[in-house]
Design a protein around this ligand. Structure first.
Ligand SMILES: [Fe+2]
Length: 136
C-alpha cells in the first residue's frame, strides 16, 4: 500500500471514530486488517484496547490555532514522543516533539482562513501511533 493511500485510509477511520460518522467508502478501507494494530484510534484501539483515554489526542480549535493535549502521564520510561498536524489534503502543518519531562501539550497555527479536516497524531514510545481528526 502506498503511503498516501495508507494515510487516507487511516484518517478516514479516525474521522469516523472521532465524530461517530457513518462509514464512508474510505472508512471501509480503514477496516483493512493490514492496518489493524498499526494505527490506533478511539474506535479502533486494536491490541491496546483500554488505553484510548490516555493516548488519543484531544484537539481544541480557537482563533486559527489548534491546541493539542494528550492526557498521558510522562515518565522517563513511558511518555508521549510527539504531536503532528496534517491537513486533510496531506499538507503538513507542524510537529512538536517532547521529552519525558515535558507536558504533552502543543499549539499549531492553521493556514489563514483554513476550513476543512485536520488530522492530529500523538505518538507514545510504548503504545505507538494514535490519531484523531477534526473539522475546522
Ligand atoms: Fe503510552
Amino acid at each position: 500500500m502506498e503511503r498516501r493511500q495508507f494515510v487516507r485510509t487511516t484518517l478516514a477511520g479516525a474521522a469516523s471514530a472521532a465524530v461517530g460518522m457513518a462509514a464512508s467508502p474510505v472508512a471501509h478501507a480503514a477496516q483493512d486488517p493490514a492496518l489493524t494494530n498499526i494505527v490506533f484510534t478511539a474506535g479502533d484501539p486494536g491490541h491496546f484496547a483500554g488505553l484510548q483515554k490516555l493516548h488519543v489526542p484531544i484537539v481544541v480549535v480557537a482563533d486559527g490555532m489548534l491546541k493539542v493535549r494528550t492526557p498521558h502521564p510522562m515518565s522517563e520510561a513511558h511518555y508521549i514522543v510527539s504531536h503532528t498536524v496534517v491537513l486533510g489534503d496531506g499538507h503538513f502543518v507542524s510537529r512538536k516533539t517532547f521529552n519525558w519531562r515535558d507536558q504533552p501539550v502543543s499549539e499549531h497555527p492553521l493556514p489563514a482562513g483554513f476550513k476543512g479536516s485536520v488530522t492530529v497524531t500523538s505518538t507514545c514510545n510504548l503504545h505507538d501511533w494514535w490519531l484523531t481528526q477534526v473539522t475546522v
